[in-house]
Write a protein of this length. Structure first.
Lengths: 493, 113
């Protein structure tokens, strides 16, 4: 019995409820939001240290014994993701204070923000497949509101598409859970794993595995199902875009990782092969998009797709080393994508346009912005010793060891193109002649810049401290590659 | 009985897909509502259709009905109700703002250069 595990869920939940009562009082809202978000970080970090020292933490809600009730499970992977989520939430909150605008602040921006964090943390923590669906819905509901809040034409239009895509994928999720339930007769994820292994390989399990891949693939934007992402993520303002880009797709990726390491390991030859092929195509498509566009938002959005592909390639390889690499890369990518989205948000605010043709010469008046962006870009490209390097090394090496030369080669090549695409922004946006925006007054960007600077520092430290972080990450990967550890912790056998 | 339910669910899914493929926004929303009904029926069928037993089990009960699918359906109904409500509001608001409910006219070209 451990109630620490619920704190990263309860704190955002109660913060959101309290915030609703102070909707019209902006300064009070900001204070409550800051306190709530700092408390979430503290709770998440103490949870992660507990998990690291004492092993997997579980909690049976309402004292129903493990396979019958809803169980919350925090293994190293989910604890790390909860920490990262809380950190990104805090930083995006700081950024929102100066950029989101009074109107949005008055109309429940902060409460919805915290409901989103609740949903994301919940999806990472839950140990019950149907409860995961519920947390997905909490998260999606909040994301619909964040996407449409402000009511601009583009937001309304894109929200409709986003809503429709997610309603369909939620329906598929329930269908998949229904099929799974009819076979194994349980919803507890550890128990499902046990029952599926007793059942052995059968065709219907493979069908369900692919159905789950479709469901989570829609959320996580893998190859044939990514089509909605570039349009929808283009619409909202920068802090919301950062939250979406850093958290929402990663929840999909986490779910694929969890289900494909815990449940569907009987017919690896089919399911993981499929995942591998799709992840490689995802990388290629993402790279093509990132290079093709000259709009800064689109470039970074397509980079999300590349990262999803890289992480899932590691998951598909399914060795402990590859999984370690994937987790390394997952956390790195969450941090650095949030930083990049916030940075281009500042660029767009200065230039008044998101097209690279309207920028140029930003380095003369905003050197701090330029150099932060430069470091963040190098980090994304995976230049050693920055973060992103270690993850990619592990993924690529285990890819080669598994004999998958094509896939590993494409992952390797993709980092060059990723670097090219973000450097394109640096060269065209920061160097060269200043455009029309230079007639305008200098924008105050100090406060806005603190947010991405914090994240970039975290990313750099994450890269430099690889030696210290490695044991934590490999603990997480250990749990993924040996489902017995997870099962034992939950079912207490 | 299960066979009959399977056909029923299939027909509901078919109609839902047909509606969601149309251009009018309102038809699409009706389609999503129908889809969620189909999903709930599917959950019910997946739990096994039985009559004449209480849903609660003692250790040695001879017959019982599985209560879990009903709990799941209840949760799913509440969620799909909330989402349909939001969807309708967003659709109405965007009809006011964009002046159309035709999905063909709602394509976006921003940033595609």
């Amino acid at each position: 019995m451990n109630s620490l595990i619920t704190l990263p869920l309860l704190i955002p939940f109660f913060t959101a409820i309290i915030l609703i009562f102070f909707a019209k009082n902006i300064p009070v809202q900001r204070w409550i939001a800051t306190i709530g978000s700092v408390l979430t970080i503290i709770a998440a970090i103490s949870l992660a240290t507990t998990v690291y020292t004492n092993g997997i933490q579980t909690m049976n809600l309402s004292n129903w014994e493990a396979p019958f009730g809803i169980t919350l499970v925090s293994d190293m992977l989910s604890a790390l993701l909860v920490v990262t989520t809380s950190l990104i939430a805090f930083v995006c909150l700081l950024y929102s204070f100066k950029s989101i605008g009074k109107e949005r602040e008055k109309y429940y921006y902060y409460p919805v923000f915290f409901f989103l964090i609740l949903g994301v943390n919940g999806a990472f923590t839950t140990g019950d497949i149907f409860n995961m669906f519920v947390f997905f819905e909490v998260m999606l509901m909040a994301s619909y509101v964040l996407l449409v809040l402000g009511g601009m034409k583009i937001q309304l239009r894109e929200t409709i598409k986003y809503l429709l895509v997610n309603v369909i994928s939620s329906a598929l999720f329930v269908i998949a859970v229904g099929y799974l339930y009819s076979i194994v007769g349980t919803l507890n994820m550890a128990h499902i794993s046990v029952r599926l292994h007793e059942l052995g390989q059968s065709g219907i399990v493979t069908v369900i595995a692919v159905l789950f891949l479709i469901v989570f693939g829609i959320k996580g934007a893998i190859f044939p199902l990514y089509f909605w992402l570039p349009g929808s993520y283009y619409a909202p303002p920068a802090p919301v875009m950062a939250l979406f880009g850093a958290l929402l797709t990663k929840v999909g990726v986490y779910s694929i990782t969890r289900t494909y390491t815990l449940f569907f390991t009987q017919d690896v030859g089919y399911t993981h092969e499929l995942l591998e092929i799709l992840s490689i195509i995802t990388i290629v498509i993402g790279v093509i998009g990132a290079i093709a566009y000259s709009d800064v938002k689109k470039i970074i959005i397509y980079n999300i797709i590349v990262a999803v592909g890289v992480i899932l390639f590691g998951v598909a390889t399914l060795t402990t080393e590859a999984l370690t690499g994937s987790i390394f890369y997952l956390i790195h990518d969450m941090i650095i994508k949030a930083a990049l989205f916030l940075l281009i948000g500042i660029m767009i605010k200065i230039a008044g346009s998101s097209n690279l043709k309207d920028m140029g010469g930003l380095i003369h008046r905003y050197p701090g912005l330029a150099w932060t962006y430069f470091i963040a870009a190098l980090t994304l490209g995976g230049i050693p010793p920055l973060s992103g390097f270690m993850g990619k090394v592990l993924i690529v090496r285990s890819g080669f060891e598994a004999g998958n030369y094509w896939g590993a080669g494409i992952v390797l090549l993709s980092s060059l193109f990723v670097l090219f695409s973000v450097m394109k922004i640096f060269i065209n946006g920061f160097w060269g002649e200043a455009r029309e925006y230079s007639q305008k007054e200098k924008q105050p960007v100090k406060w806005l810049l603190t947010a991405p600077v914090i994240l970039t520092i975290c990313a750099v430290l994450y890269g430099l401290g690889t030696e210290a972080i490695y044991p934590i990450i490999s603990t997480a990967a250990e749990t993924l590659s040996n489902p017995e550890i997870y099962i034992k912790a939950v079912l207490k056998e | 009985m299960e066979i009959l339910m399977a056909f029923l669910i299939g027909i509901i899914f078919m109609s839902a897909t047909y509606l969601m493929l149309s251009k009018s926004l309102l038809r699409i929303i009706v389609g999503t509502g129908l889809l969620s009904h189909g999903v709930h029926l599917l959950l019910l069928t997946m739990g096994g259709l039985k009559t004449g037993a209480a849903p609660l089990l003692g250790q040695h009960a001879e017959a019982y009905t599985d209560p879990l699918p009903q709990a799941l359906i209840l949760t799913a109904i509440v969620i799909s109700f909330g989402i349909t409500a939001l969807f309708l509001v967003v659709a109405y608001r965007s009809y006011q703002e964009l002046g159309t409910d035709n999905m063909e006219l709602m394509r976006g070209k921003e940033g595609n250069e």
